[in-house]
Design a protein around this ligand. Structure first.
Ligand SMILES: [Zn+2]
Length: 175
């Protein structure tokens, strides 16, 4: 399992529980951050992102990110105390103004594109149940794109969204 990806251990220097300096040790065959003060093992794990695939009249909803990175499938990160589907409904209301119903998981992928934070993305099929389409919060535009007129690859913010959209477009073309 040779991989050049960062293991996350360089992200933190001090123990979040007691404030002592973190050292490194091998635990279960992998180098981990271990607190020299209290022995806490600071596991580095991905966080969970969730995105909604809403398709209406053969067109898929995308949002234009306010950070200039381009278009993405709308969604966001799950809060620690939040159910994943509640997170998706919250993010959709915040970013697109739409209320949604959940249809089911479409795809799950590891995202390594964000430096310093590995996340696992879950793409969920959903449908509009209410609301009025209006970009807000982290999004500056929200639009339905026909599959034969998606933004160019370079205008799509994340490599995993490109893969998911390519899969959707192929399935849409097959009918
Ligand atoms: Zn500690």
């Amino acid at each position: 399992m040779a991989q050049a990806r960062p293991d996350g251990n360089d992200r933190y220097r001090f123990c979040p529980k007691c404030g002592a300096e973190l050292g490194r040790g091998v635990q279960a065959g992998r180098e981990r951050l271990i607190c020299g003060g209290c022995g806490f093992i600071f596991y580095q794990n991905p966080i969970v992102g969730v995105a909604a695939i809403v398709i209406e009249d053969g067109a898929v909803l995308l949002t234009l990110r306010g950070d200039g990175r381009g278009w993405d499938v709308p969604g966001g990160f799950v809060e620690y105390d939040e159910d994943i589907y509640d997170a998706l409904k919250r993010e959709m209301a915040e970013e697109t103004g739409l209320e949604i119903g959940i249809d089911g998981v479409y795809d799950v992928r590891s995202n390594f594109h964000a430096s310093g934070q590995h996340n696992v993305g879950v793409w969920v099929r959903a449908h509009r149940t209410g609301g009025t389409l209006a970009a807000a919060d982290d999004a500056v535009d929200a639009r339905f794109f026909p599959f034969d007129a998606l933004p160019a690859e370079a205008e799509i913010a994340f490599p995993t969204d490109r893969l998911v959209l390519a899969r959707l477009r192929e399935e849409h073309a097959r009918g």
